[in-house]
Write a protein that binds this ligand. Structure first.
Ligand code: UD1
Length: 391
């Protein structure tokens, strides 16, 4: 079949998926007999959560948009199952590629597995051990039904082996999110947001919070933000607010933080709320920060790569390499402990103490090439196998 092109459906749904998918699609486009198709489930749909990422990552518009929008996670998952199921029945790809651990990841994986289409999971094997997180359920189930599992760090290989995934399905390829970061860092340092804020390098902190466990309960949210206001007595803290958190802050009536007007330089300490930051702006502000406080997964990895101290406001992490090798500290979910840790980081920085850190193995900007080579080989040998079977 000399002119045959292998059709691969690549799934994105939520903001971090876009960052992971961009380098993969670029690498697929460089191989002439691959035909990558981009499917957006529409789980994230606001300009600042989706479209601006396409623009800044240089991605072309999705070939299909399932437009599932908001709803409970069950409604979201059900709508994706139904709509992606219909799409796959009409336009049968030879492979489905999913990334990360969001509701779109598991929903599309389930369709692929039941339609008997080879399924590849990028960022496989991460485990927090905490089944109260929707993402943990999504990770466990996606890995259980994937044919090719691409891991980002050593813990992923260990977890998959423990769960009985055959070693020949698992490929340790490194971290694709770091591919995007490496690709974007020069542009990020030119960020318009960074320029407007006029904050000195290492003279401010960055905060992100969006996990249901931290933001959905008004009292817990109030307590962590009160701790942040305390920490921000020492330096300005930039807080790009996720839509989920925006709604919770408004309904809990939380005060004591400033809203940045989008224009003026910041000259006062305190917590400065702003809308969700576009990708390049976000990387730009993290790169110059004294610390990041977060409950996100990806930011633990990005800060490790950039060498910026990260305090993770959670009781567990599915990304232990960021602690073993990198700059991440797991501070738990006690606001008092968060204050102590943040002040310690500032003291260390003030006394010129730099904690020793390294970049985890294979976080080198080339994960996408490694993944695409393996996908290509697998498609070719799968095609060879099915030709053989027909003889
Ligand atoms: C999802 C992922 C999480 C990921 C995060 C990154 C799951 C289970 N969770 O969480 O792993 O870290 O994305 O952002 O998939 N909303 C908007 N505009 C948007 C998108 C969402 O207003 O563009 C609102 C939704 O209506 C909803 C809330 O934000 O009320 C949460 O969105 P949802 O997609 O359910 O989950 P996230 O909390 O974003």
């Amino acid at each position: 079949m000399p002119n045959h092109k292998y059709r691969i459906m690549n799934i994105v749904g939520a903001r971090p998926n876009l960052v992971k998918m961009a380098p993969l699609i670029r690498a697929m486009r460089r191989i002439p007999d691959l035909d990558p198709v981009l499917v957006h489930t529409g789980q994230h749909y606001d300009y600042l959560m989706s479209q601006v990422f396409f623009e800044q990552l240089g991605m072309s518009a999705p070939d299909y948009n399932l437009e599932v929008g908001s709803g409970s996670q069950h409604e979201q998952t059900a709508a994706i199952l139904q709509r992606f199921g219909e799409l796959v029945r009409q336009d049968r790809p030879e492979m489905v590629v999913v990334v990360g651990d969001v509701n779109s990841t598991i929903a599309c994986s389930l369709v692929a597995a039941k339609e008997r289409i080879p399924l590849a999971h990028v960022e496989a094997g991460l485990r927090s051990g905490d089944r109260t997180m929707p993402e943990e359920i999504n990770r466990l189930l996606t890995d259980a039904i994937s044919d090719l599992l691409f891991t980002t760090e050593e813990s992923g290989n260990v977890n998959l082996a423990r769960e009985g995934v055959p070693a020949e399905k698992v490929f340790f390829v490194g971290n694709i999110m770091i591919d995007s970061l490496v690709h974007s860092m020069d542009a990020a340092r030119e960020s318009a947001l960074l320029a407007k804020l006029e904050l000195p390098r290492r003279g401010y902190g960055v905060l992100t919070l969006h996990r249901p466990a931290n933001v959905d309960d008004a009292d817990k949210l109030r307590a962590v933000l009160a701790a942040m206001v305390d920490i921000a007595g020492e330096l300005p803290v930039l807080f790009p607010v996720h839509p989920r958190t925006q709604v919770r802050i408004a309904s809990a009536g939380i005060e004591g933080m400033h809203s940045w007007d989008g224009e003026r330089a910041i000259q006062e300490n305190g917590v400065w709320m702003m809308g969700p930051a576009p990708y390049l702006d976000f990387l730009g502000i993290v790169d110059g920060a004294a610390f990041v406080i977060t409950d996100s997964g990806g930011i633990q990895e990005e800060s490790t790569f950039m060498g910026v101290p990260c305090l993770t406001f959670r009781d567990n992490t599915e990304r232990p390499a960021t602690i073993q090798h990198g700059t991440n500290r797991l501070v738990g979910t006690d606001p008092a402990a968060l204050i102590l840790h943040a002040k310690e980081v500032l003291r260390e920085a003030g006394s010129g103490q730099n904690s020793v850190h390294a970049i985890p193995p294979l976080w080198d900007g080339h994960a996408a090439e490694r993944i695409v080579e393996i996908l290509h080989d697998s498609l070719q040998s799968g095609a060879a196998r099915s030709c053989g079977a027909g003889l």
